[in-house]
Design a protein around this ligand. Structure first.
Ligand code: ADP
Ligand code: ZN
Ligand code: ZN
Length: 732
């Protein structure tokens, strides 16, 4: 008996067995490739499943197996390596395999539709047409001429037939007689070419040579280059080399780094199709980019997180830009790290992977220190610009206006007066994070989350930044009816108001997710700013990546302290990364930039490190601390989470899980919890977590297996969700 083992999109962490579709010959069965899609019955629905393997037997009782309904592909649309990658990711992240396979397909194909033919429309003879006697069409000379033309080739493009004088009515007649059929030519893509790059400096040349020399085998490289040191130039030259060898390159970029400016830089270097994949595409656009990559028409793919699963022909190089960026980790559903999947992908494809960053993650620094990654530092800014000077503005006891000290205001005045641009960073949108009653102490809270509501004055609203709930901005305290409502804390709207009033002759551009909707908004703003008029840019993280503002000479961090007291063990690492990236926006062209940092803690190590332009040394100190505490990346971690409508259920479930699994866990694994999550209630659901620490990856993986198995065996209250997060990013 032959059985098809399939991955089915469902919350169950297992594969499903089916009988072959009726009428499938045994010879065809043997040829079914892993990764092909099938339509199958599942519960009361019909779904698209993905073939894992054809087996001789099943664990399920024989009579219980249902037949698959239909084969959807003749050949797998995924290469064997990409198939293996999906299988690996499902196992490593302990995620339902059907949902992982789904991540590799665009919606059209997930829905079980046929791939759209790519390439040029063409015609070919049918079997009947090929077998036609030479004089069979003697009475229709134009049809005979067309058949003669088609006999000379496997297929002829519609345009070529037209040029040869074959009109569409002739083709229609031949089609009606089943002698000719329409098809599509997969035109060989024109060989891609690259325009010459810049002459690399010594450090760039060393990095390029090392990665080039590693072509054809797996190796991992860390390109640790200060902001503006020419990392992108290194990528471009390696991609040129890769496509020149006839191979394809995959480039991953954080969501906010993938700007039209970035794409334009790649497009102007290469004379070939580049497939760009990001979350802002329509289904049709996404499908087309995916097909271009899969068929080899686009030898370069640039995309955000999910692009790591794009099929490519003959992958020869993987690049992860800003590899430290937390947007590479998916935070819900299939919780994978695109950076780590990219590394696995390079391994399965026998090619090098290059991780680039001015502020590498401690994970990557650790791997470089262990010699698992080759380390290529770029210590100088390229192209003659200098690193900015950095100064701390100690704001203790200083008067602040909308968060700005007199010294900062004076510096802004000088910058604008000199015809230059200034960029102010404040990572909190809205007007103020708190609304409070002066008379009774009432504070505006979200009714669905354990969180305060943010005041948005422009929209006269109170908004929850966690669940999105919105309420009208009240004028009176709902508790004591006083009208003495005060705001506390600072958001971009407030600084924006102040700056407009203080600098009425200059434009103030506020850049946050409230003011920028749609990709075009950002692009037109960038174009506007890059005309060079003196102005103030005020914004959140949105400003810190991917955009190149040559006219900006002053960068100021309004509230560096906001990042200092994170409870997460990665807090300091994140702060050092963010500050370094923000500072890196200054003085990227010609004139030397200046960075000002407002803080109450001028002696904080992250601040001191920034002053010394020494992220590298600071990160290594943080790594030593992690080592002492057995925290990632030295020790391993995973977390089981629950969310449900009742506060007690989640903790009960996790406590049961702990009891069920505890004795079977490998040595050295320890559990913490169950505990309420950092924000225990969000969008009306109560959240709890069980933290798992392990000395190394094998124990962490074994523990994950035990816990998932135990969780699947526990009775689950309806409406309780549980999930496992391997290598979690945010835990405390
Ligand atoms: P990064 O990606 O590290 O931020 P970029 O690749 O954007 O740096 O380079 C910063 C600037 O330096 C760009 O304007 C780039 O054109 C220029 N540049 C990079 N490499 C060189 C080089 N070898 N010679 C001259 N200019 C360079
Ligand atoms: Zn009140
Ligand atoms: Zn809320």
């Amino acid at each position: 008996m032959s059985v098809l083992r399939l991955a089915i999109p469902s919350p169950l962490r297992r594969y499903f067995d089916y009988l072959p579709p009726p009428g499938l010959a045994a010879a065809d069965l043997a040829r079914l490739a892993p990764g092909i899609r099938l339509r199958v019955p599942f519960g009361r629905r019909e779904v698209t499943g993905y073939l894992l393997e054809v087996r001789g037997d099943s664990d399920a009782p024989e009579g219980s197996l249902k037949p698959a309904l239909e084969l959807l592909d003749d050949q797998s649309l995924l290469s064997p390596e990409l198939f293996d990658l999906c299988e690996w990711a499902a196992a490593y992240y302990h995620h339902p395999p059907g949902e992982v396979f789904q991540a590799a397909f665009p919606r059209r194909l997930r829905e079980g539709k046929a791939p759209l033919p790519a390439g040029e429309r063409a015609y070919r003879l049918t079997t009947r047409g090929r077998g036609l006697a030479p004089d069979a069409l003697a009475r229709s000379p134009r049809q005979a001429q067309a058949v003669a033309l088609l006999r000379g080739a496997a297929a002829v493009a519609a345009t070529a037939l037209k040029d040869a004088g074959v009109n569409s009515s002739v083709l229609r007649s031949l089609r009606d007689k089943d002698l000719v059929q329409e098809c599509h030519l997969d035109a060989p893509p024109t060989p891609p070419t690259a325009r010459p790059g810049l002459a690399p400096n010594r450090e760039q040349a060393a990095a390029i040579a090392a990665v080039q020399a590693a072509a054809g085998a797996f190796s991992c490289h860390l390109l640790e280059g200060v902001t503006g040191s020419g990392k992108t130039e290194v990528y471009l030259q390696l991609i040129a080399d890769c496509i020149g060898r006839g191979q394809a390159a995959l480039v991953l970029i954080p969501e906010i780094g993938l700007t039209p400016q970035t794409v334009a830089r790649f497009e102007s270097r290469f004379d070939t199709t580049i497939a760009v994949l990001h979350s802002g595409l329509s289904d049709a656009q996404r499908y087309q980019a995916w097909e271009h990559a899969r068929t080899g028409r686009a030898p370069i793919v640039i995309g955000t997180r999910s692009a790591v699963f794009t099929p490519l022909q003959n992958l020869g190089l993987v690049i992860v830009d800003e590899e430290h960026d937390s947007s590479f980790k998916q935070q819900d559903g299939f919780r994978y790290s695109a950076r780590d999947v990219a590394i696995k992908r390079a391994q399965l494809n026998d090619c090098p992977v290059l991780l680039g960053s001015a502020t590498p993650s401690l994970e990557s620094i650790h791997n470089a220190e262990l010699g698992r990654y080759a380390h290529h530092p770029l210590t100088q800014r390229a192209g003659g610009s200098e690193l900015p000077t950095i100064r701390v503005l100690d704001v203790r006891k200083q008067a602040l206006q909308a968060g700005l000290s007199d010294a900062l205001i004076a510096q802004l005045e000088a910058t604008l007066g000199a015809g230059k641009q200034a960029l102010l960073f404040l990572n909190r949108r809205g007007y103020a994070p708190t609304l409070q009653c002066h008379d009774c102490g009432w504070v505006a809270q979200c009714t669905a989350c354990d969180a305060r509501l943010t005041v948005h004055r422009r929209r006269r609203a109170l908004r929850c930044h966690h669940c999105g709930a919105g309420h009208p901005l009240t004028q009176r305290c709902p508790h004591c009816h006083s009208n003495q409502l005060l705001t506390a804390g600072l958001g971009t709207e407030q600084s924006d108001d102040f700056l407009r009033a203080r600098f009425p002759h200059f434009r103030v551009h506020r850049v946050d997710s409230d003011s920028m909707s749609g990709r075009d908004a950002m692009q037109s703003l960038v174009d506007d700013i890059n005309r060079g008029e003196p102005c103030i840019l005020l914004g959140t993280q949105m400003l810190t990546k991917g955009h190149h503002f040559p006219g900006v000479s002053l960068v100021a961090v309004i509230d560096a302290d906001a990042m200092l007291f994170s409870a997460d063990f990665r807090g300091e690492e994140r702060m050092a990364q963010l500050l370094t990236q923000v500072a890196g926006r200054a003085g990227r062209a010609g004139t030397r930039g200046e960075v000002l940092l407002q803080t109450h803690y001028p002696d904080h190590p992250a601040v001191v490190a920034l002053l010394a332009h020494d992220y590298a040394a600071h990160a290594r100190r943080l790594l030593a601390q992690r080592r002492e505490r057995g925290l990632p990346p030295v020790g391993q971690m995973l977390v089981l989470r629950t969310d449900c409508p009742d506060a007690a259920w989640g903790e009960q479930f996790l406590a049961q899980l702990r009891r069920a699994a505890e004795r079977r866990l490998p040595a050295g694994v320890h559990l913490i919890g169950p505990l309420p999550s950092p924000m225990p209630r969000r969008a009306g659901r109560f959240r709890s977590q069980l933290l798992v620490g392990a000395p190394a990856r094998p124990q962490a993986q074994a523990a994950a297996g035990v816990l998932v198995e135990a969780a699947q065996g526990l009775p689950v209250k309806h409406s309780l969700n549980w999930s496992i997060d391997i290598d979690p990013q945010d835990i405390f």
